[in-house]
Design a protein around this ligand. Sequence first.
Ligand SMILES: Cc1cc2nc3c(=O)[nH]c(=O)nc-3n(C[C@H](O)[C@H](O)[C@H](O)COP(=O)(O)O)c2cc1C
Length: 419
Amino acid sequence: MEKFAMKRVDDFRLRLGKKELVPIMVGGMGVDISTAELSLEAARLGGIGHISDAMVPTVSDRRFNTKYVKNKLRQFKFNVANTDKAIVKFDLGLLAEATALHVGRTMEAKRGTGLIFINCMEKLTMNAPKETLRVRLKAALDAGIDGITLAAGLHLGSFALMEDHPRFRDVQLGIIVSSLRALQLFLKKSARTGRLPDYIVIEGPLAGGHLGFGMDWSQYDLVKIVLEIRDWMKAEQLDIPLIPAGGIFTGSDAVAFMEMGAAAVQVATRFTVANECGLPEDVQQEYFKTSESNIVVNTISPTGYPMRMLANSPAIGTGIRPNCEAFGYLLDSNGNCQYIEAYNREVALHPDAKKVHVMDKTCLCTHMRNFELWTCGHYTYRLKDTTRRNEDGSYRLLSAEHIFRDYQFSTDNKIALPD
Ligand SMILES: Cc1cc2nc3c(=O)[nH]c(=O)nc-3n(C[C@H](O)[C@H](O)[C@H](O)COP(=O)(O)O)c2cc1C
């Protein structure tokens, strides 16, 4: 006799505009870890996938053989040894072009009933925060993106930056917050545009990438934050889909949030070991192999936000010369970056050294570009339980479809292993 039929994620649907979706959103993973291929699989399966707008010219070079990085480096080569990077600006026309390529080609390849969004980071200040963000947002809208998730930062002016775009009222726009306060601030600052977000991702302290918490992150609990935001929304009579993220590792974890009133979940870490993920396979094996004690949250990101990563990431402690002439995505509005300061300090302290070590900050652009900073979610150490081992002892990569369907159909906290 069937007793209590355990619910599955598939018993729920996410309504966004006129769409009914499988309530699984694969989160944006910066610098092409959540590739077009991965996002296309999520969309094909009826959910939502994300590409990322981090370092798109670099990503375009890799995908389409363009030469944006080489040309920028050539243009600013004269400045490489200069500690002042204020002059190293992005060409806004080329930035729009690269975004149009990345987004446009991805949208052309879309199949199925799901959606493809772009994760857009406010902290990617690019030596002209407002201008470059406006170009990235508008170029993504022009190229037909289904939605934009505003991430990594407060985005207090981002709605205003796109409000004159013809698609502003039709495209799906969402925001990632880690507290009720951040949500309230966003809504207050965006009210003037007469538009609410279409969905709200609530990211807790166990997520991968940058955290919206301080180094006291472990004091926070995603469930509590979700309930607080849910209850406030109810009191304000605001009806916007809430999408928790961070540490949702099984279909049952997802169902628990749906039963609390969430409209969908955003997940990422499980997909870092998918064939379609952008990480090189040797790095994916490191994710599989890792132990819990090897997963750390530190402050080496020059953005100022704590970031979670594997402690054996090659990026930690290297002292490479800042690569702002080629990259420069984290330069603030004055052309500064915390890594440049840390690097210059070490060079001044060790004037005769051939190589310096910089322990407190890292050159995030270079190391993310080269997959040498292994950012990951808290539960990465459980990935080994999601697959089988090959004869040589390595772990078998999974298809994105397998992982997606496991979230969609599993019950009882079970994880389906590949055939
Ligand atoms: C490798 C990796 C890279 C990430 N990069 C970004 C990013 O560039 N921007 C962002 O907003 N979130 C980023 N995240 C966070 C995810 O989008 C997602 O919200 C979160 O990791 C979900 O938790 P989970 O990984 O435990 O499923 C990243 C996560 C991972 C695992």
